[in-house]
Write a protein that binds this ligand. Structure first.
Ligand code: 5GP
Length: 179
């Protein structure tokens, strides 16, 4: 039985080991390498949580590719729509490129919907999504999440780049909160 670990003020238990993570990333890389054979990919990583996944996935990509990073800034909107999400540090020129968005986790899907909307405005040839983690029971949108390395239940996780209040990103494995 694995002992819980403490991150800041909460307890978490091991749920996905680094070797399982690497195996599922390899499967996604194989799919991407097959789908983009003869083409080039422009990856856009969504910071901060994506840094470990982006580094490990890119080492497994064999087609010609480039990568750039963006960040989603959330702030309270002036209208009743609540939080506004805006992309900062957008890549310069993605017009006509085959873009693959790299995200650590797609939960309700709202954040990715906004990212897609803003990137589509830059007229790439094509946009696909490659998320490390996907919560199918939480997803509320209708767009396609093309590549999903792992599907997980609706519980809060940390590790492998994902944080709890800024902590836990350094953990090589993924842990689930103990309620
Ligand atoms: P969405 O807009 O899809 O509901 O949420 C996406 C964002 O919420 C992710 O980019 C991530 O920052 C955060 N998030 C969602 N679920 C989790 C989780 O289980 N753990 C952590 N650390 N962040 C999460």
């Amino acid at each position: 039985m694995n002992q819980p670990i403490t991150v800041k003020d909460k307890q978490f238990i091991l749920s996905i080991s680094n070797s399982e993570i690497q195996n599922s990333i390899q499967k996604v890389a194989d799919e991407i390498n097959r789908d983009y054979e003869g083409k080039e990919i422009f990856f856009i990583g969504v910071l901060n949580g994506v840094f470990m996944y982006a580094a490990d996935l890119l080492k497994k990509i064999t087609v010609p590719c480039q990568i750039s990073f963006t960040k989603v800034a959330s702030y309270e909107g002036t209208h009743s729509t609540g939080k506004v999400k805006q992309l900062i540090g957008l890549p310069e020129d993605i017009a006509g490129r085959n873009v693959v968005i790299l995200e650590d986790i797609v939960d309700t899907g709202f954040t990715m919907k906004e990212i897609l909307r803003q990137l589509e405005g830059l007229h790439p040839a094509d946009i696909k999504i490659a998320t490390l983690l996907f919560k199918p029971n939480s997803f509320k949108e209708s767009y396609k999440v093309d590549y999903r390395a792992m599907e997980i239940p609706n519980a809060f996780i940390v590790g492998y780049g994902l944080d709890y209040d800024g902590y836990g990103r350094n953990l090589p494995d993924i842990y689930t909160v103990v309620n």
